[in-house]
Write a protein of this length. Structure first.
Lengths: 419, 366, 219
């Protein structure tokens, strides 16, 4: 059975629930969601209005679940959704939406628009209208183990490097430890300093931890493409790994959507509550800080600002911890306009960064981040998401802005006194 | 020819007044009042007086059909003596069931004589509606109302429909209108018809209309419902002395509460003043003594077409007739329908779920 | 049918019909929407003060930080006309008398002159949002027949009510009847158009607030 319009429509029928019905019934076409969406604000093109990205789903809702919609469909006033239409909407549902949820945060009638986009992607992927880039990432994750094609030997190689650099052993597959540390493949390939930083911090605070040979990859392209069946396969690996090693807590890496996949969607995907806790590394660090376990030395004197990853802050509820941590290490910490809950997306979340044909639009949307940065003129940009970090670096390079982007965890680790 | 009153026929209004000892000063005063009532400029009073004094008293034939004689009661009880006298000095009332001395064949002969004598000049006043359901429902001397009306109006100069029955059908036309009662204006199409609605109407309005007709040779300006604008141009509510209470939201809630004692607005007690066009609030009744609202009862809207079918007199205008029953019935039906639609929708969703085919990697490709 | 008969019809039969359709429609639509249900969230909740459905129902009544300057007409005129509609509909003495007869509860109204002023301001605000809908590319892009239709449905009761009170255009009786009829049309169409947000906006805010509240995000 391959993807088809029928399958997509059937999946959308399955997805439509009371919240979605309520949201569609509440929309008054005020257009305020557009003002919150960087794809609209930076292009001025009304087709990027968030609620418009859901038009096919709205029609299916009306035609299938409402009295007047059913009547209208029967007498031919309301046309059935076509395959061509879904193909046209692919750009709107994937390329121009990073699931950043600013629209959900501003809608005056309270519509959680991004909740609907996530569900819409279920139907789109089932109908075969998802971007090649994300499809590839899903395929690699399922077949190889990670979206970037990273396999265990590559992880082991990085473990060796870190052990050599920091002189700290990196535990693998140790049962009964407190923390299972997971990684995003970007950290394995692009930002290996993360692993060393974790090792340094864990030794400093005296906590036991481990990596897992079967659950090292935390990212979930299945969730990004919006397919629960595939997302379930991927998240089940982490669940199996964590349960096998009997850890108390699984630490989501510096990656926004991995956090959402593990922390919020995971239990719902496997259909039962987790037997372990899931925390983002920033939450873990905050716990260490609050418990007085972090005894840092020295403060950075250059001007630092923090980019809130959408899935961590607005979508994940972690807003204050990163600020507490920044203040521990930065003398000159400045906030960008709209920072925190209303922060603007880097432009590449929700799988958008792996869509090749969306690059031009992504860079256009980056102008918003550029303005935010120009308003505070930082010397370094700190964040807590490897995907944000790559997208930010690309954007900064494109606009020829010379601004280093660093991870929060490694920034903290830099201030840990050598043992 | 016989007149109801022992005045010589054919004399002018001025002569008749003089004979009755009405001074010129009194007459001028009265003309001033009439001019004011008709909303004419002050200078018109003199003009009116001159014209009236010279005018010949017109012959008036008063026909009563399906009515209660309340209109005549109103006419005779017109409180101002000057007015009452004027009603009779102004016109030559040649035929009127209730007021004329003659009866039987003599009465009908008087009508026929007046019609013949004043052909094309006499006025016909009608109170009561005409039954079209069956000619036998209402007859005069064995002749059906409709036939009397047709015959009498044929040579008339104009027709005055006195009271709500003549003007709009009135109580006889109330649903289900068993006699098929209709208004005079529906039967008389080739003569000017002035409607002076009210149950009963204000007698002075008739006087004023006739005076206008005599003085200026034309009927006063009428509104869309054939009523003289001068008297029916504004609603009772607009000119009501209790209006300030309405604007302040002060209402009597019952007929014996504090609000009622303080004379607050009777809107909530069903006053139809806001939709009733009449001069009661300004001219008042019984020589300007009072009018229904002043006596503590809301206007029932008796001068409006269809007032008899307009819902309870004590239901506020903004009130729906019987919303609660309908609302409760609808709510019950809505709950039942809601349960049904929920069941239906859930079954549909469950079917979609049951038909779920787990997506594999190959399925991503179309 | 003369005007008083027309008025009688809209007050009686007409209102009953409208009320039945409204009540039936509202219950039907509520069942249609909320009967669909939703899955229980199995992830471990994070508790945070102010992060709940109820908090969001209140919080969304104010523009989120930084949003007011992006859509000033939507927010300000929108606010004015919603409050204005509520004031005119529920605090005008004759309206209270009507509602009292239905819900058997009474409350004090505002002086007619105040209601009159509010009506004019409300109409002005509605005209402002209409112009905004025509002038702003996004709003124009999103607009369908339903948007123009529901604007008219909402505006007519205000306009006809105001004209009736001031005895303009049509005789009062007829205008009052037209006014009541316009409200009946509003009632009839409310459950089946975007006007139903008068009910579902609270449900939507609650869902949004509750689902994000589960994550400890006060949205």
């Amino acid at each position: 059975m391959s993807a088809s319009l029928d399958k997509g429509v059937r999946v959308l029928k399955e997805m439509i629930d009371a919240p979605i019905a309520s949201y569609f019934s509440s929309c008054v076409h005020c257009g305020i969601c557009a003002e919150a969406c960087l794809f609209y604000t930076e292009t001025g093109d009304p087709k990027y209005t968030p609620i418009h990205k859901l038009e096919p789903m709205r029609r299916i809702y009306e035609q299938e679940y409402t009295l007047l919609g059913r009547l209208a469909k029967r007498v031919g006033l309301s046309k059935a959704v076509t395959d061509a239409e879904l193909a046209e909407w692919q750009e709107l549902v994937y390329n121009s939406c990073t699931l950043c949820a600013r629209c959900s945060a501003v809608c005056p009638v309270g519509n959680d628009i991004v909740y609907m986009v996530r569900k819409m992607r279920e139907g789109m992927s089932a109908a075969g209208h998802s971007p090649e880039g994300i499809k590839g990432a899903v395929t690699r994750t399922i077949n190889i183990g990670s979206p970037m094609g990273v396999k265990l030997p590559a992880v082991k190689a990085q473990m060796k490097h870190a052990e050599a650099d920091y002189g700290i052993p990196i535990p693998l597959d140790q049962e009964g430890v407190e923390y299972l540390v997971t990684l995003s493949s970007m950290e394995i390939i692009n930002f290996p300093e993360y692993l060393g930083a974790i090792a340094k911090i864990m030794r400093h605070v005296g906590k036991t931890w481990t990596l897992s040979s079967e659950a090292f990859e935390a990212t979930n392209a299945g969730m990004q493409i919006g397919n629960s069946d595939l997302a379930r396969v991927i998240v089940s690996r982490v669940v199996a790994g964590a349960e096998k090693l009997k850890v108390k807590t699984v630490i989501s890496p510096e990656c926004g959507h991995a956090y959402t996949a593990l922390r919020w969607e995971g239990a719902n995907l496997i259909g039962r509550p987790f037997t372990f806790k899931v925390q983002h590394i920033v939450e873990v660090l905050e716990e260490f800080r609050a418990a007085g376990l972090l005894k840092l030395e020295g403060m950075a004197t250059d001007r630092l600002t923090f980019h809130d990853p959408c899935q961590l802050a607005r979508r994940g509820g972690v807003i204050q911890p990163q600020r507490n941590l920044m203040k521990m290490v930065a003398k000159d910490f400045v906030e960008m306009p709209d920072a925190g809950f209303m922060n603007w997306c880097c432009g590449g979340g929700g799988g958008a960064s792996s869509i090749e044909e969306g690059e031009e639009l992504r860079l256009e949307a980056f102008k918003r981040k550029k303005r935010q940065l120009e308003a505070v003129k930082p010397d370094r940009l700190v964040t807590a998401c490897a995907n944000c970090r790559i997208v930010l670096e690309e954007g900064l390079e494109h606009y020829k802005m010379n601004l280093p982007v660093v991870g929060l965890t490694e920034t903290i680790a830099e201030h840990i006194p050598d043992a | 020819m016989k007149s109801v009153l022992p005045d010589c026929p054919g004399q002018t209004v001025g002569e008749a007044l003089l004979r009755r000892g009405v001074s010129r000063r009194e007459f001028l005063q009265h003309c001033g009042l009439l001019a004011a009532l008709l909303a004419l400029p002050a200078a018109a009073a003199e003009q009116l007086a001159t014209a009236l004094a010279k005018a010949r008293r017109p012959s008036v034939i008063w026909l009563s059909f399906q009515e209660c004689t309340g209109c005549t009661e109103s006419l005779t009880r017109s409180a101002s003596p000057t007015l009452e006298r004027l009603i009779f000095d102004l016109i030559s009332l040649d035929y009127h069931h209730t007021l004329q001395a003659a009866s039987g064949a003599a009465a009908e002969a008087a009508r026929e004589a007046a019609m013949k004598e004043n052909a094309g000049k006499y006025l016909v006043v009608v109170d009561g509606s005409v039954p079209l359901g069956n000619p036998g429902y209402s007859t005069i001397a064995g002749v059906a109302n409709i036939d009397v009306l047709r015959e009498t109006v044929k040579d008339a100069a104009a027709v005055i429909a006195m009271g709500t029955c003549a003007a709009y059908g009135g109580l006889p036309a109330a649903q289900p209108n068993p006699t098929g009662a209709v208004a005079i204006s529906e039967l008389v199409k080739d003569k000017p018809v002035v409607n002076i609605p009210g149950c009963p109407p204000i007698a002075t309005v008739m006087t004023a209309v006739i005076a206008h007709y005599l003085a200026f040779g034309a009927l006063p300006e009428l509104d869309g419902l054939g009523r003289p604008k001068a008297f029916y141009g504004e609603t009772i509510h607009d000119r009501c002395y209790r209006r300030p209470f309405y604007d302040q939201g002060k209402f009597a809630e019952t007929f014996d509460d504090e609000g009622a004692r303080r004379g607050w607005c009777l809107f909530k007690l069903g006053c139809k003043g806001p939709v009733t066009y009449n001069a009661c609030a300004t001219m008042k009744w019984n020589g300007g003594v009072s009018f229904p609202i002043q006596s503590g009862h809301g206007c029932i809207g008796c001068s409006e077409p269809g007032f008899w079918d307009g819902g309870g007199f004590y239901e506020a205008l903004s009130m729906p007739a019987r919303p609660l029953q309908a609302g409760v019935a609808a709510a019950a039906a809505g709950v039942a329908a809601g349960v049904a639609v929920t069941f239906f929708n859930r079954r549909k969703k469950a079917a979609a779920k049951a038909g779920h085919e787990t997506t594999t990697l190959e399925d991503l490709e179309q | 049918m003369d005007t008083l008969q027309f008025l009688t019809w809209v007050r009686g039969t007409g209102l009953n019909i409208a009320l039945v359709i409204f009540v039936l429609g509202v219950l039907w639509r509520l069942a249609e929407i909320y009967g669909l249900g939703r899955k229980k969230d199995l992830s471990a909740p994070r508790n945070m003060p102010g992060a709940s459905g109820w908090a969001t129902i209140l919080r969304r009544s104010l523009p989120p930080p930084g949003m007011l300057p992006t859509s000033p007409v939507s927010y300000i005129a929108g606010y004015v006309f919603h409050v204005g509609l509520a004031v005119v509909a529920f605090l005008f003495a004759p309206h209270i008398a009507l509602l009292t007869s239905i819900v058997a509860a009474a409350w004090p109204g505002l002086p007619s002159q105040v209601v009159d002023f509010v009506t004019v301001v409300t109409m002005a605000a509605m005209i402002a949002v209409l112009i905004d809908r025509i002038a702003r590319p996004v709003k124009r892009f999103l607009s369908t027949f339903g948007d123009w239709f529901t604007w008219t449905l909402t505006f007519l009761p205000l306009l006809t009510g105001w004209l009736a009170v001031h005895h303009l255009l049509l005789p009062y009786t007829l205008m009052l009847a037209v006014h009541i009829l316009s409200v009946e049309l509003l009632l009839v169409f409310l459950p089946f158009t975007k006007l139903f947000h008068a009910f579902t906006a609270f449900g939507s805010r609650w869902f949004n607030g509750a689902m994000n509240g589960h994550k400890g995000v006060p949205v």
